[in-house]
Design a protein around this ligand. Sequence first.
Ligand SMILES: *[C@@H]1O[C@H](CO)[C@@H](O)[C@H](O)[C@H]1NC(C)=O
Ligand SMILES: *[C@@H]1O[C@H](CO)[C@@H](O)[C@H](O)[C@H]1NC(C)=O
Ligand SMILES: *[C@@H]1O[C@H](CO)[C@@H](O)[C@H](O)[C@H]1NC(C)=O
Length: 341
Amino acid sequence: MKLLIVLAPLLLCWSVASFPHRPTGRVVNCDDAEAHEAAEVALQYINVHHPTGYKFTLNRVENVAVVPTASGEIFYLELDLLETKCPSISPVPVNLCDVRPIIEQAVEGDCDIKLQKLNGNFTPISSRCKSELDSAENIRRVCPQCSPLAPLNDTQVVHAVDVSLDKFNGGNSTAFYLLHEIGRGRIQSGISNSVHVEFVVAASNCTKNDASSGLFACVEENGDGAHFGACSGSVVKNQGAVDEDVAVQCTVYEPQPGKVTQVGAPQVPLAPPQTNVIRSHFHHNLHHSSLGPHSSESNSAEHLLLAAHNAKHAVKRSLTGEPVPPNVPILPLCPGRKIHF
Ligand SMILES: *[C@@H]1O[C@H](CO)[C@@H](O)[C@H](O)[C@H]1NC(C)=O
Ligand SMILES: *[C@@H]1O[C@H](CO)[C@@H](O)[C@H](O)[C@H]1NC(C)=O
Ligand SMILES: *[C@@H]1O[C@H](CO)[C@@H](O)[C@H](O)[C@H]1NC(C)=O
């Protein structure tokens, strides 16, 4: 808080000084159809470049800035996203995916994205995202008994995934599935100890007989038969009981040839992980950037959006009778409404 108070006057000076340099683009409001159209393109781009964890959906357009260029316009968007229940590898379109509810400890994403608009079409140029878990306090407020997420490498979570996958592989399918990724884990302890996990499986190049023979190394199938499944498992151990109860349910998707190679070697290279990102051990972080000189590009986007943000404060000051710099631009109506929560 102290830091903010110290910073605020600095930012104001900076923003007032830089308004004259801000190119005057059209004003697009956060809930205008055009902003949402850009956000849809951005979202698709973000999801394609986020091959682990879960797909994200739009919760709110937080800010928009439009800058005219010689050949079109550049849109800078700031988006609030929410994690859905569809794994990133799922072929289900994101508009059909349920949003992760607060009681399951939602993950929120925050993305700055730059798009070009040319002849009415948006093309993403670069993006920068981060994501974080909703606080454990927020869950407890709506659901006091609900447990927050456990680390993905927690031994109980890993064990629950192992036994759930074994149970799934013990079913009547002849295919042998491998663990592709652990998505989430929650541990509820009490009279009984229950561990709920979500994970993604991938079909291997082995049948169950191949696998049990121990003669073959089984690897993820990457030919025409490459396919995945999304599983949820729960492992319950009642107090005093010797055995644990394992329940597992998987949705196996249609074959998606090419998806494996895309996950393994994305066509557009992902930027190396940013060192300033604190890696979460509880969920799959949403952060990447691509195409173009990331730092200068995103800085200019940030400055634009920050300028818009500060200009808003300047307008507020005008309402309180304080002087306003002469060339404050007309401001978009932002942020937009929240679509979910
Ligand atoms: C989980 O990963 C974190 C960070 O890599 C590590 O500090 C922690 O010891 C790991 N926990 C287990 C149970 O392996
Ligand atoms: C295989 O298992 C599924 C679900 O468990 C069941 O619906 C199906 O009838 C079973 N098939 C055979 C051949 O047993
Ligand atoms: C699966 O692929 C691996 C690596 O290419 C190979 O060693 C193994 O023999 C294959 N398994 C089967 C059943 O063909």
